[in-house]
Design a protein around this ligand. Structure first.
Ligand code: DER
Length: 236
């Protein structure tokens, strides 16, 4: 499909421009775009990859690294990462992004922060001027199960997201449970909040019981978007 082709284009371009031979510790994100990142890295050949180690951002990411025959590492062993490549749900013109559509944003943010260089790869739907333009579920928030009702109430009554909801699973009864054993709340906000995502991220983060917020502000070095016409847009 056009969307899959644009994901592959973004991922291949990002790898070609940012994953050099001297990069040995590489963070791999989650979602449906990062498999193309791994595909392109594998194409760099066994010689290039034999001295590298790849750090996952969750179960899916770990499975992807292992099934691709790449060396698996742990963020405990490699607290500093040369380059992390990850997908995103939306990216604005300041490279702020919504992440967590795949409920993996806690470990993703750890590896984004640990990376000297953090690179985003996405299809054209994610390239927006303001967060919330296309990605309608809202800001993903990982919360401890014990506190989810309280966090929901605070979002509804205090923070300004009256339509925030607990993310329910599709192929499992009950809520989505993250790789860390927590729940996810999706909190939509009006455009005015999304003009200063850092402010709303900080407010949400202060709510007792919140583990991590799916707003990554001022973290990415660049973002690669594959376009429908086969071109690539790079935001710096
Ligand atoms: O959950 C995440 O943050 C993932 O990176 C995900 O949102 C990326 O989505 P994708 O499947 O469109 O790459």
């Amino acid at each position: 499909s056009v969307i899959e082709a644009s994901k592959r284009l973004a991922a291949y371009t990002a790898v070609d421009q940012n994953v050099k031979l001297e990069h040995r510790v590489i963070g791999i994100g989650s979602g449906s775009t990062v498999p193309y990142v791994v595909e392109r890295i594998v194409q760099q050949g066994k010689e290039s990859n034999k001295n590298r180690v790849f750090i996952p951002t969750g179960f899916q990411s770990k499975e992807l690294i292992v099934s691709s025959g790449l060396n698996l590492g742990d963020v405990d062993q490699y607290p500093t990462i040369d380059v992390t490549l990850d997908g995103a749900d939306e990216v604005d013109h300041q490279l702020n992004c919504i992440k967590g559509g795949g409920a993996c944003h806690l470990r993703e943010k750890v590896l984004a922060e640990a990376a000297t260089t953090f690179i985003l790869v996405a299809d054209y739907r994610k390239n927006v001027e303001f967060l919330g333009t296309n990605f309608k579920p809202g800001v993903p928030i990982e919360v401890v199960p014990f506190a989810y009702a309280k966090v929901l109430q605070n979002l509804h009554q205090v923070i300004g997201s009256p339509n925030a909801t607990l993310r329910m699973a599709v192929k499992k009864a009950g809520p989505v449970v993250t790789d860390n054993g927590n729940f996810v709340i999706d909190a939509p906000f009006d455009r005015k909040f999304m003009e200063e995502p850092y402010k709303i991220m900080a407010k949400i983060k202060m709510l007792t019981g919140v583990v991590e917020v799916g707003l990554f502000c001022h973290m990415a070095k660049s973002a690669y978007f594959g376009n429908e016409d086969g071109s690539v847009t790079i935001k710096l």
